[in-house]
Design a protein around this ligand. Structure first.
Ligand code: SIN
Ligand code: FE
Length: 334
């Protein structure tokens, strides 16, 4: 892991602005690996809670290697996709709860094998989260996993889809209603690091930009549940019937707002993080601003954490925004 704080930019008033210190952002964990888990089992509950506190404070937990089972043959298969010229060279997603692989095309035997690898990866990383983050064990929901075999540097994507611009994650088709997006990544590339930039955390950026991004308007509109009849009709016609709260609408807007904001993207203080080949890291990507600058071949599993499982719910983006807006942003918190 290599960390650099970029030279601070100079504000219009001439005062130097500093990037968040890398040591404040990353927490290196070297005493946990499954099996069996914590190297000092008597401290497991305390260490586990500390990990949740770090994550909820906007830090990234970093492991030098893969802290869960990962069969060598699965790794070899993923990397063999580099040379094969196969059409598996796309970002693919795996939905563990439905056991469905999306986005992979090509030789049916390869697609089937990739599904088996993704299923196994998802099971092992889930077991890892259960043991590492015990306060969440009873509550989290398993979301999608992904394999990202494309080189991130120089991808030609429309601005809102560009992952090399700093952003917080929000899913257009999966409203969170204040629940958190926790993501675990492994850089499976044996030789190339994966490079991220980060900057000030959610409460700082929300304090600076939420008003300009329209928070008051989203809050005033409220979180009306759509008509049950309309929802049933949509479902009957195979359309997605999703209910977005004011929180979800704002988070989707904030994602786009930050990516569109060239002044912010260019002038904000940045901390560069290089995730070494074979390393693993996890963070709440709805509150850790991130941009992936380069890297190829990453695995990722997303978990949804409900508010009641958090050790410090008052630090969640929902509560931060509600404080700024002065009113509830979901039907539940009304
Ligand atoms: C993201 O922006 O969520 C992707 C990060 C990555 O692929 O490293
Ligand atoms: Fe993202």
């Amino acid at each position: 892991m290599i960390l650099t704080n970029t030279p601070s930019n100079t504000t219009s008033t001439g005062t130097a602005r500093h990037a968040p210190a890398a040591t404040d952002v990353l927490v290196h964990i070297d005493n946990f690996k499954l099996p069996p888990g914590w190297s000092s089992p008597v401290d497991a509950a305390m260490l586990s809670r500390q990990c949740c506190e770090h994550l909820e404070d906007g830090r990234i937990l970093y492991f030098d290697g893969i802290p869960f089972e990962f069969p060598g043959e699965d790794l070899q298969f993923l990397l063999s996709q580099r040379q094969s010229g196969s059409r598996l060279h796309k970002n693919v997603s795996f939905r563990p709860r439905q056991d469905v692989l999306r986005g992979a095309a090509g030789d049916p035997a390869d697609v089937q094998r990739l599904k088996t690898v993704m299923r196994r990866y998802s099971q092992h990383v889930t077991s890892f989260i259960r043991h590492l983050l015990m306060p969440y064990t009873e509550h989290f929901q398993l979301d999608y996993a992904s394999f990202r075999p494309e080189q991130e540097e120089g991808r030609d994507l429309p601005v809102h889809k560009r992952n090399d611009l700093l952003h917080f994650d929000a899913f257009p088709t999966r409203p969170m209603h204040g629940r958190r997006i926790l993501r675990c990544f492994t850089n499976v590339n044996p030789t190339e690091g994966r490079i991220w930039n980060t900057t000030d955390g959610f409460s700082t950026l929300a304090g600076k930009f939420a008003a300009d991004a329209g928070l008051a308007g989203f809050a005033a509109h409220g979180s009306p549940r759509s008509n049950p009849l309309v929802r049933a009709l949509k479902k009957a016609f195979g359309m997605k019937a999703v209910d977005h709260s004011a929180y979800d609408r704002f988070m989707l807007r904030f994602h786009d707002y930050l990516k569109e904001n060239t002044d912010f993207q260019q002038s904000c203080p940045k901390t560069r993080i290089e995730y070494a080949p074979g390393s693993t890291w996890l963070c709440y990507t709805d509150s850790v601003p991130h941009a992936v600058l380069s890297g190829q071949y990453a695995l990722e599993q997303t978990f949804i954490i409900p508010l009641q499982a958090l050790v410090a719910p008052e630090k969640s983006p929902l509560r931060v925004l509600e404080k700024l807006a002065g009113m509830p942003l979901t039907a539940q918190s009304a």
